[in-house]
Design a binder for this molecule. Structure first.
Ligand SMILES: Nc1ncnc2c1ncn2[C@@H]1O[C@H](COP(=O)(O)OP(=O)(O)OP(=O)(O)O)[C@@H](O)[C@H]1O
Ligand SMILES: [Mg+2]
Length: 279
């Protein structure tokens, strides 16, 4: 299984002008680039001057102890801090050759390119399973019931939820278990057919079988998507990712190919973390 079999109407040429300053960065090899990104909450830095480049059609894992800034950094890649009053983001985030923080950007256009699965399942509580999966599509103007039905089925299958809900798609999303809600949120993110998928501990509420299936999905999705996943589970990072970044107290300590980071860490802090000596 790779991407969804039903294709949405394609995203047309960008509705905004690429940033002039993007010309200094070679984006041919990279789908996304975060450059010197700093995020502060009420003046206190939670992410400090982080630069990371994300190769197209690869999986990058972000690891590090609780509170080190993984979620804060991930949210920068989707402009999620726009809605956080006390948060300030500086630096640059590029997707393809577009400056994500440029004033001309259309947030709806961008949200279709970058999907996100949050650390805590957050289905729309007043909506059914079906409506949760199709919410983003309807926002993007997709009305054709046949297309919506196909995408709902494909997305729920990819998130390994279809068999459990296929006879009850009109049921309220909040009647699902926590793990089912998380898989619903994964389906919802996949339904918009993003180019980049951000996943913040997508398997933390899942049992081992669902976790294994989601990991298989992530590996499959790599054929079509660029994926950035936060995980506390180092074995999971090893299993699913090509590259891993280790963060500590807001700094990106080391960022390399996953195998190298785990078998031959260059930094003493990384070595201690991957050997389980702290965190
Ligand atoms: N909305 C907020 N307002 C103020 N401080 C915040 C806010 N969100 C996060 N922080 C702080 O920023 C720091 C980084 O938090 P973040 O949630 O990014 O960590 P994390 O690495 O994702 O941790 P975890 O593994 O526990 O999810 C923490 O010190 C946290 O207390
Ligand atoms: Mg987090």
């Amino acid at each position: 299984m790779t991407a969804l079999t039903t294709n949405l109407p394609s995203i047309e040429a960008s509705p905004f002008t690429p940033s002039e300053s993007s010309s200094t960065i070679d984006t041919n090899k990279y789908k996304m680039i975060a450059e010197n990104v700093t995020v502060s909450y009420s003046g206190i830095d939670a992410v400090k001057n982080v630069t990371m480049k994300f190769k197209e059609k690869s999986v990058t894992a972000l690891i590090g102890p609780s509170g080190c800034g993984k979620t804060t950094f991930l949210r920068c890649l989707n402009r999620m801090h726009d809605m956080t009053k006390n948060a300030k983001v500086t630096g640059k985030v590029m997707i393809d050759d577009i400056d994500l923080y440029s004033k001309e950007i259309d947030p709806i256009y961008h949200r279709r390119k970058v999907g996100m699965v949050f650390q805590k399942p957050n289905p729309f509580p007043t909506m059914s399973i079906y409506d949760n999966v199709t919410a983003g599509l309807r926002l993007n103007g997709v009305r054709d019931k046949k297309i919506l039905d196909e995408i709902v089925e494909d997305s729920l299958k990819m998130a390994y939820l279809w068999d459990e809900v296929k006879n009850d798609l009109k049921k309220s999303a909040i009647e699902l278990s926590g793990g089912q809600q998380q898989r619903l949120c994964i389906a919802r993110a996949l339904a918009i057919q993003p180019e980049v998928l951000l996943m913040d501990e997508p398997a933390s509420a899942l049992d081992p079988i669902a976790t294994q299936k989601i990991e298989e999905t992530i590996i499959d999705l790599k054929n079509d998507y660029t994926i950035i996943i936060v995980t506390h589970n180092m074995q999971q990072a090893i299993r699913v990712s090509d590259y891993t970044g280790f963060m500590y107290l807001g700094d990106l300590i080391e960022f390399r190919e996953t195998k190298k980071l785990f078998t031959d860490p260059k930094d003493e802090l990384t070595a201690k973390y991957v050997q389980g000596h702290f965190g």
